[in-house]
Design a protein around this ligand. Structure first.
Ligand code: SF4
Ligand code: SF4
Length: 311
């Protein structure tokens, strides 16, 4: 038996810890496991993937997985950008998704009838037990449910060895997800092979790209003004800022501190007590680029900005 899995998440969601927990728990249950994370931009919120290979015989096969048996997606907003990973899952395989959306809706977004789909509100469960929007523990629980291993007790011991703190809370999150995941079985057989392979370059994590030779790389690896416009970091968000204009004093601290230049100054119509409508300057956000870090809400002196959960 050999199971190849690819885990997709964001920096800060504990994806590397999740694969290490599953690897350690599987080893405790008598399997062999090989876990390799791969990082793109080393930034909180940036897409991250990790490979985990589990087998019942020793295999010296450290190469990246190109056609997984299981894809684990820790954020449903990664379904579209990571479509290549979903398409590369072998027919009859599994796609496990953390999403607060209706499971049937998630299955539609996955768009494959020849794979088994499991959906759980990983962030909701993590917020309940761990008080953090980190769906890694819940997705470990869903993995154990659909695969039939590792044992829950082994997962608890692996959480202890990998985290060393908040063990009961993280285990409670894994256990609740284990029990409540909604499983939608495959309804079609599909072809014998996966439709595509995951490219070996990590560039697919950020969308369209062009491979260039070493002699075409600009001196110092510099990028040019405006080139980061292509990278819509808004898809990284778990929470988004919303503003109560009645509390805003236009101090512009949020604009100064936003690391992504996603706070905008716009014209907005407002009605005066006299009934006259005037245009005033107001704060707004570019949700294409806001990555939901919450700094604007932290620095706002009047509490005009609130962060609200989006996925
Ligand atoms: S949450 Fe606020 S500070 Fe963070 S990226 Fe979005 S607008 Fe900028
Ligand atoms: S920091 Fe708060 S009060 Fe100041 S401009 Fe931003 S939203 Fe308005």
């Amino acid at each position: 038996m050999r199971i190849d899995t690819v885990w997709i998440g964001r920096g800060g969601q504990g994806i590397v810890t999740a694969v290490y927990i599953v690897a350690h728990a599987s080893i405790a249950d008598g399997f062999y496991a090989l876990a390799n994370p791969e990082f793109g931009a080393e930034r909180r919120g940036a897409p991250v993937k990790a490979f985990l290979r589990i087998s019942d015989t020793f295999e010296d096969a450290p190469e990246p997985i190109k056609t997984p048996d299981v894809a684990v997606i820790l954020d449903d907003k990664l379904i579209d950008p990571m479509r290549v990973v979903i398409d590369a899952v072998k027919p009859g395989g599994y796609v496990l998704v953390s999403s607060g959306k209706d499971p049937e809706k998630v299955a539609e977004l996955i768009g494959r009838k020849d794979v088994n789909i499991a959906v759980v509100d990983g962030i909701g469960i993590a917020l309940k037990h761990v008080k953090l929007a980190v769906p890694n523990g819940p997705m470990v629980g869903v993995f154990a449910r659909v695969m039939g291993f590792p044992k829950l007790q082994s997962i608890k011991e692996a959480i202890e060895s990998q985290l060393g703190k908040a063990v009961e809370q993280n285990f409670a999150a894994a256990e609740e997800a284990y029990k409540t995941a909604v499983i939608i079985p495959a309804t079609e057989q599909g072809t014998a092979k996966a439709a595509v392979e995951i490219p070996t370059t990590s560039a697919f994590l950020t969308g369209d790209y062009e491979l260039v030779g070493w002699d075409k790389i600009p001196e110092g690896g510099l990028t040019y003004p405006g080139s980061s416009l292509r990278y819509k970091t808004g898809s990284w968000r778990v929470e988004k800022p919303i503003i109560d204009h009645s509390k805003c004093i236009m101090c512009r601290k949020c604009w100064m501190f936003c690391p992504d230049d996603a706070v905008l100054e716009v014209w907005r119509e407002t009605k005066l007590p006299s009934g006259r409508v005037v245009r005033v300057k107001a704060i707004d956000f570019s949700y294409e680029y806001c990555k939901g870090c919450g700094i604007c809400a932290d620095v706002c002196p009047t509490g005009a900005i609130q962060m609200v959960r989006e996925i």
